[in-house]
Ligand binder design. Structure first.
Ligand SMILES: [Zn+2]
Length: 419
C-alpha cells in the first residue's frame, strides 16, 4: 500500500495523517558524488592528499584496513586527512572473504572491533572521529555479515553497476552499489561522463527502454583504490586524472561529499518525508525516529514544509528554537532532533528574521559581534561548554571539534575546528 498517497488523501480530508515535510534533493544540488578510496594504501596519502589539500570543496571517504600495513605506516597521514574533513570508514581488519567466515566471533573482530581500532589509531594520531560507514572487501555480503555491519555502521558500500542512486528509490542501506575504476575497465572520459549523468547533463531521451533510464540528478558513488602514475597498477588512477574528476564534479555543481554524509542526508529524507503530522492547539508537530545510532551526530536537511494549514508566517521550531525561513521559502532542519513543531506566530514574530537552530549552517554570520556565543561540541554532538571564539582551549584533547557561533538575529555559523 502506498502510505504516502493514503496520508495525503486523509490529510486533505482533515485527518491528522498528512506528511508535511519534503526534503530538497541532494542538499540543494542537482546531484551528488562520493569518491571512495579503499585499502588504506600509502600512495593515497602520498599522492592524493596533495590534490585534496588544493580543493577545499572536495571531501572523500577512505575505507581503511590493516591489510598491507599502509594504515599503520601512514596513520598520521590518514589522521591529517580526517582532520581536513575526509571520512574514515571501515574495510575490515584483514580484508578477507567475510561470507566464508562461519565463526561469528571472527566477524565481530573483523568488523566491529576493527571499527574501534580505526577510531583508537586515529585518536592516537590526533584525529577524534567516529566510524559510521563500511565497505565490504570484494563486495561479498550476506544477511549474517550485514547484521554485524549494522551493529557499528549505518551504511555499507558494495560494488558494481553504474553506481547511481535515485532520490526517490530507497536502496538497501547495507548494500549500496558503486562504479568501479580500473585502468582496464573504464576510461577517464567514461568517468567524466558518469559525472555528467549524475548531474543530469546530456540528452537521455534516446535511451533504449531496456537501458537504465535517467530521469534527473542522482548520487554517484565511485570506488577507487590506489593513486599513482604507475601504469602497472591496474586498480590505481593517476593523480592528474582523479584531480580532473574532482574538478569536473565541481563544475557540474554536484554535491561532492563523503559517502556517510550524502548517505545520511539521503537516508534521512525517506524518514522525514514519510513522517506524519499531529495536530496541536496552534498548529502541528511532526516526529520521526533515527534508524541507526551510527548516523552522523548532525544531519542538517534542507526541506520545504507545508505550513498552509497553520496560516501565513507560520513559525517552525526545533528544540525550542525558531528556524529561519530561507529566502526561497525552505528551512534547514536538524534530523537528529527527531521532531519539529509548526505554530501560529505571536504578534510581531516573523519567520524570516528568526535565528536558526543548532547544527544548521544555513547562512553564515556576516560578522561576529561582541555578544556572539561560541559553543564547543565533540563529533558525537556532546555540548562541551562555551568557548571564546573558533579556538579549542588547550585543556581539550587533540582532535576535531565543532564550534557553533550564534549572535542575535542571525543564523549560526558552524565550523569544524582542529586542535
Ligand atoms: Zn578492498
Amino acid at each position: 500500500m502506498n502510505y504516502k498517497i493514503l496520508a495525503l488523501t486523509f490529510g486533505l480530508a482533515g485527518y491528522t495523517m498528512a506528511t508535511p515535510i519534503k526534503t530538497i534533493p541532494w542538499n540543494g544540488h542537482v546531484g551528488a558524488v562520493s569518491f571512495t578510496f579503499d585499502d588504506a594504501l600509502e600512495n593515497q596519502v602520498q599522492n592524493l592528499k596533495p590534490v585534496l589539500d588544493k580543493l577545499p570543496d572536495v571531501h572523500v571517504t577512505f575505507f581503511l584496513t590493516s591489510m598491507g600495513d599502509g594504515f599503520r605506516k601512514s596513520a598520521d597521514g590518514f589522521a591529517a586527512l580526517a582532520n581536513a574533513g575526509h571520512e574514515m570508514g571501515n574495510h575490515t581488519e584483514s580484508h578477507g572473504h567475510l561470507t566464508s567466515i562461519s565463526d561469528n566471533s571472527e566477524l565481530e573482530k573483523e568488523i566491529i572491533q576493527f571499527a574501534e581500532k580505526i577510531e583508537k589509531t586515529l585518536a592516537d594520531n590526533g584525529a577524534k572521529i567516529r566510524v559510521i560507514s563500511f565497505a565490504t572487501p570484494f563486495c561479498e555480503d550476506n544477511d549474517n555479515v550485514k547484521g554485524f555491519i549494522a551493529k557499528h555502521h549505518f551504511i555499507n558500500r558494495d560494488c558494481g553497476w553504474h553506481g547511481r542512486n535515485e532520490w526517490d528509490t530507497e536502496p538497501d542501506w547495507l548494500s549500496l552499489k558503486a562504479k568501479i575504476w580500473t585502468r582496464s575497465g573504464a576510461s577517464v572520459d567514461e568517468m567524466l561522463s558518469s559525472l555528467d549523468t549524475a548531474a543530469f547533463i546530456g540528452n537521455f531521451e534516446g535511451a533504449n527502454p531496456w537501458d537504465v533510464q535517467v530521469k534527473g540528478g542522482s548520487w554517484l558513488v565511485v570506488l577507487n583504490h590506489g593513486v599513482t602514475d604507475d601504469k602497472g597498477d591496474d586498480y590505481a588512477i593517476d593523480p592528474a586524472d582523479i584531480e580532473k574528476q574532482f574538478k569536473h564534479a565541481i563544475e557540474n555543481k554536484l554535491w561532492v561529499a563523503p559517502f556517510g554524509t550524502v548517505g545520511a542526508y539521503y537516508r534521512a529524507h525517506f524518514i522525514v518525508d514519510a513522517a506524519k503530522e499531529t495536530a496541536t492547539d496552534d498548529g502541528f508537530t511532526v516526529e520521526w525516529e533515527i534508524p541507526s545510532e551510527y548516523m552522523p551526530a548532525s544531519v542538517p536537511l534542507r526541506v520545504n514544509i507545508d505550513t498552509q494549514s497553520v496560516g501565513e508566517n507560520a513559525i517552525v521550531e526545533q528544540g525550542g528554537k525558531t528556524i529561519k525561513r530561507e529566502s526561497d521559502g525552505s528551512y534547514v532542519i536538524e534530523f537528529t532532533e527527531k521532531s519539529l513543531k509548526v505554530r501560529k506566530p505571536k504578534p510581531g514574530e516573523n519567520p524570516d528574521s528568526a535565528t536558526s537552530l543548532p547544527g544548521s549552517a544555513t547562512r553564515p554570520l556576516a560578522n561576529f559581534p561582541s555578544n556572539t556565543k561560541y559553543t564547543l561540541f565533540d563529533l558525537n554532538g556532546n555540548d562541551l561548554g562555551n568557548v571564546n571564539g573558533f579556538e579549542v582551549p588547550a585543556k581539550f584533547p587533540k582532535g576535531t571539534y565543532i564550534i557553533r557561533a550564534e549572535a542575535n538575529g542571525q543564523a549560526p555559523l558552524i565550523k569544524k575546528v582542529h586542535r
